[in-house]
Design a protein around this ligand. Structure first.
Ligand code: G3P
Length: 217
């Protein structure tokens, strides 16, 4: 399973990248706004900076909601760097645009996926990735991981090339379960990525080793 970081924060992207396990970055308009990035030029420069920091796929989301505006924006984003993947919302014009991008050699990430039906449509349109939002499904009282399992089964049976990108990750358990259920990618904030490092028995064990090592000196 590939690891993407889900942030537009450059310090966090650098920290995750220094671990040596990062395969890409996803962003969205909320994450960009959180960093105070505003205006077309600043947004485009921020994407370029991220592309220079990380060797891997970088999702850049369009703001348009009509076919023409999504295609126009996506073309500009895709021109910024070869690693840019155009992130498109799961709406009717979004699906039409994903098919256009597929036919024109531009890779896409279909975002805001909350059902298997939506993911099937995006895969049929040729999306490179589909992004089911696990945490938001859990928040609304449903089971986000169940959707990952369902997509994993469907995509295997149907031999879809589209990769399942588990998004809206809130904790380490989401990451582990996404891996267990066959997600191709997990995009996570820095905290749950670092959370994977932790286990109290590791801390206790290391303290004992270090303590005992003093007796050898
Ligand atoms: O990038 C999309 C997704 O990961 C958003 O997560 O935490 O806002 O539901 P969240």
């Amino acid at each position: 399973m590939k690891f993407f970081i889900d942030t537009a924060n450059l310090a966090q992207i650098k920290e995750a990248n220094e671990l040596g396990i990062l395969d890409g970055v996803t962003t969205n308009p909320s994450l960009m706004a959180r960093e105070g990035i505003a205006g077309e030029a600043a947004i485009q420069q921020h994407y370029k900076t991220i592309c220079e920091l990380v060797e891997g796929d970088i999702s850049a989301e369009v703001l348009g909601t009509t076919f023409d505006s999504i295609v126009a924006e996506g073309k500009v984003l895709a021109e910024l760097h070869p690693n840019i993947v155009v992130k498109v919302p799961m709406i009717k014009d979004g699906i039409k645009a994903i098919k256009w991008f597929t036919d024109n050699g531009i890779r896409t990430n279909c975002t805001l996926i909350f059902s298997a039906g939506q993911a099937i449509l995006a895969a049929k349109a040729g999306a490179t990735y589909v992004s089911p939002f696990i945490g938001r499904i859990d928040d609304s009282g449903w089971d986000g991981m169940q959707l990952i399992q369902q997509l994993s089964n469907i995509f295997t049976i149907q031999h879809y090339k589209t990769e399942i990108l588990a998004a809206s990750i809130r904790n380490v358990n989401h990451i582990i379960m996404a891996a267990e259920m066959g997600a191709h990618v997990c995009t996570c904030p820095l905290e749950p990525i670092l959370g994977l490092l932790k286990h109290p028995l590791t801390d206790i064990g290391l303290a004992k080793f270090l303590d005992d090592s003093k007796k050898m000196q």
